[in-house]
Design a protein around this ligand. Structure first.
Ligand code: OGA
Ligand code: NI
Length: 368
């Protein structure tokens, strides 16, 4: 009996301990930002200096992908547009991507429901261990960070779907159904983008598909609560993604910014679009022709924001290296590595610009 009671006390202490790590349950009512979220003065977002223009990144219309005629929106035009966007920006928005808008809307709704559930329904998923295939956490990599980030998240593996779907939250009751359909659709979009990017690099259509082994896909539900002082902290600090590609779905609340030509630029969402960005693995395989671009998420004091990135990866056993055809006449900028090595390096530290990629370049390559 006594044992039982002390177990209960211990469990509730554990609950308190973990609960304390989620912003959405602890801090959302605060009027002052807690100390451990405050960035040093030289590292703050300086929001008044951010460029805010409608057309900050290219919009690629994928309608022509399915047509073979020679009109201006043919498949080859889409390939050209995507190639140019990858080379000049590393970031683009896509429209007419063939993912039903109703599905994206449902995905955002079920994500909002997840973060609105009582803490008891979410905390069972809490883990700071990046190797857990389904977990709720806060900030980015809480055990490795000096200053924390104003973000809670649910992150889970999604491919192969049948290996993971049963490990996902079963609350909200339609979560698995909606998220499975969403994952399947995003994966087919990514496969199309991989074809387009391979062709735009002058490689075989299936080059990237084959270069990344048996593939990996994770998704993240990012929840950025209202923040008492958005000038002092980040939702996510400047970083590039360790992915092949990232496909981002976001609600209507602004927050994503990219670093281009020495300036931070806000990416204002085009309705019914996805934001796609080149990840570090494309930078390696393209031998630096397409670069991953540093981006960040800032927060605001008026409303919470939800964003849902799909991270598309090589499988852990894939060997990643510059495509042989692209290093015929130029030196390889990066060494070859197993993706497992890259991914564990990424999670061994805090988010910090393109620092992870730096570990994989040849010593005599120019700085990234
Ligand atoms: C990410 C990311 C941006 C956003 O999760 O890697 O960059 O707007 N997210 O949430
Ligand atoms: Ni990112």
């Amino acid at each position: 009996m006594e044992n039982k009671q002390s177990e209960v006390v211990m469990e509730s202490n554990q609950l308190k301990e973990t609960t304390r790590k989620l912003i959405s349950d602890r801090f959302s009512h605060l009027t002052k930002l807690p100390e451990n979220y405050i960035r040093a003065s030289g590292e703050r977002p300086r929001l008044h200096e951010v460029v805010n223009v409608c057309t900050s990144i290219p919009v690629v219309d994928m309608k022509g992908w399915w047509s073979n005629n020679s009109s201006t929106t043919s498949r080859s035009q889409v390939v050209n547009d995507i190639g140019r966007a990858c080379q000049e920006y590393g970031f683009f928005q896509i429209i007419n991507h063939d993912i039903p808008d109703s599905l994206s809307k449902k995905m955002l709704e079920v994500a909002a429901e997840f973060f609105e559930m009582p803490i008891e329904d979410r905390i069972q998923w809490y883990s700071d261990d990046p190797s857990q295939t389904t977990r709720v956490s806060s900030s980015f990599n809480i055990t490795k960070e000096g200053v924390l980030n104003w973000r809670d998240y649910l992150r889970h593996y999604c491919y192969p779907l049948e290996d993971y779907v049963h490990t996902w939250p079963s609350n909200p009751s339609n979560y698995r159904e909606v998220a499975s359909e969403y994952c399947r659709e995003v994966r087919s979009l990514v496969l199309r983008l991989l074809e387009a990017i391979s062709e735009s690099l002058g490689l075989e259509t299936d080059f990237l598909n084959k270069a990344i082994g048996s593939h990996g896909q994770h998704m993240c539900l990012n929840y950025y609560p209202k923040c008492p002082d958005p000038e002092l902290t980040y939702g996510l600090p400047p970083h590039s993604d360790p992915t092949v590609l990232t496909v981002l779905l976001q609600d209507g609340v602004p927050g994503l910014q990219i670093f281009k030509n020495g300036q931070w630029i806000a990416v204002n969402a085009v309705p019914n679009s996805f934001v796609v960005n080149v990840g570090d693995q494309i930078e390696v395989i393209s031998n630096g022709k397409y670069k991953s671009v540093v981006h960040r998420a800032v927060v605001n004091s008026n409303e919470a924001r939800i964003s849902i990135p799909t991270f598309y990866f090589p499988s852990e056993d894939a060997t990643i290296e510059p495509a042989p055809a692209l290093v015929d006449f130029e030196p390889a900028l990066f060494r070859s590595f197993k993706y497992k090595e890259y991914y564990s390096k990424f999670w061994s530290k805090e988010l910090e610009g393109k620092s992870c990629l730096g570990f994989f370049k040849h010593n005599d390559s120019p700085p990234i």
